[in-house]
Design a protein. Structure first.
Ligand code: PMP
Length: 352
């Protein structure tokens, strides 16, 4: 029998994250995590953290982290907001900036959390199809809207747009807020931070989960004109004044402070990515050049589902989305060289 209060419960289809298998022997290439550990500075920050400090609330507004991100980019700290992973920051931004009766715009093939937040927050939206090659065409976004959100590079397609295209997008949408989700921008040579001083309708979200190996710590930032940052703070202070805990703030400060380690890890992933792209093409895979830390590949002779299941059987987890337009593609995170060698060996076994 249905409970009397059932009609009051939320009816929503939540986002489904990549599987988190328990076994360490699994090669985990399904959640776009960084295969390398965090910077040694993060280990030092965590081991020297005084647990007694946990009796107090964390630093107000995660101020040390905002300051560190501002310093990294040479910005004023009033341009930075910090949150508990970019999912938290993005959800806060959707709430703060997309309060219009007009639909917000984003690509049909993109981060599948966007429609979930729209449903949750009752934000109208319109999806703009990417072309056959999964390219985003900026002109398609020159229509009336209540906001725009676009990952650059896009996920799961791996395709990045240049700064000029992004600037064009922002210039044609001066009446609404444009959020550029830069979760993977560190694996590309393009980020929009230089545009912040020019455009007061631009919001950039960045995460420490990918290029800084802190997925388990939940650390992220938004960068925007201080006027928009004040709205993010107002939303944050309307549901949770302290979304970031004290340990995460210390780890984040340490991670962003170690520029050499960041550059070294990033360069390793980019080199592995480009090598594996060529190897996959040799095996007959078709895939765009990736600007991210993952690949998006299809094969003419084997279905993506077949390859996914074959790899899974071998203990190699990649991501397969049973969704229109992309149900014959696999999203493969770039792991270490050894992990990717194992992947290529397994694929050779299947494909010959
Ligand atoms: N944006 C995109 C495009 C992503 O793929 C992800 C990772 N799932 C996120 C944002 C959120 O990452 P996090 O919450 O770990 O910062």
């Amino acid at each position: 029998m249905e409970k009397a209060f059932a009609k009051n419960l939320i009816n929503i289809e939540p986002y489904v994250a990549g599987e988190q298998p328990k076994s360490d022997s699994i090669i985990k290439l399904n959640a776009n995590e960084n295969p390398y550990p965090p910077s040694p500075a993060v280990y030092a920050a965590i081991s020297s953290f005084d647990a007694e400090d946990l009796k107090k609330y964390p630093p107000m507004d995660a101020a040390p982290l905002r300051k560190a991100v501002a310093e990294f980019y040479g910005l004023d700290r009033s341009c930075v907001f910090a949150g508990n992973g970019s999912d938290d920051v993005l959800a806060t931004a959707f709430r703060a900036f997309f309060n219009s009766d007009k639909p917000i715009l984003y690509p049909d093939i993109t981060y599948s959390f966007y429609p979930v937040w729209c449903e949750l927050l009752k934000i109208p939206y319109k999806v703009i199809p990417v072309d056959e090659g999964f390219n985003v065409h900026i002109e398609d976004y020159f229509i009336e809207n209540g906001g725009v959100v676009l990952p650059n590079p896009n996920a799961p397609t791996t395709i990045g747009l240049g700064l000029e295209a992004i600037e064009e997008l922002i210039r044609h949408n001066r009446e609404s807020v444009v959020i550029i989700d830069e979760a993977y921008a560190d694996f590309n040579d393009v980020n929009c931070v230089p545009l912040i001083k020019k455009y007061d309708n631009l919001v950039i979200t960045q995460t420490f989960s990918k290029s800084r190996s802190l997925a388990g710590m939940r650390v992220a930032a938004a960068i925007a004109d201080p006027y928009l940052i004040s709205y993010l703070d107002a939303v944050k202070d309307s549901y949770n004044s302290y979304p970031m805990d004290a340990v995460a703030i210390s780890a984040g400060v340490a991670a962003i402070g170690d520029r050499d380690y960041f550059q070294e890890t990033r360069a390793k992933i980019i080199a592995t990515r480009d090598r594996v792209t060529a190897q996959l093409r040799e095996l007959g895979f078709i895939l765009p050049d990736s600007s991210a830390n993952f690949l998006f590949a299809t094969h003419p002779d084997h279905t993506a589902e077949e390859i996914f299941l074959f790899l899974r059987e071998k203990g190699i987890f990649v991501r397969y989305f049973k969704k229109p337009r992309i149900d014959n593609y696999l999203r493969i995170t770039v792991g270490t060289d050894e992990q990717m060698d194992r992947l290529i060996e397994a694929l050779k076994e299947l494909i010959g």
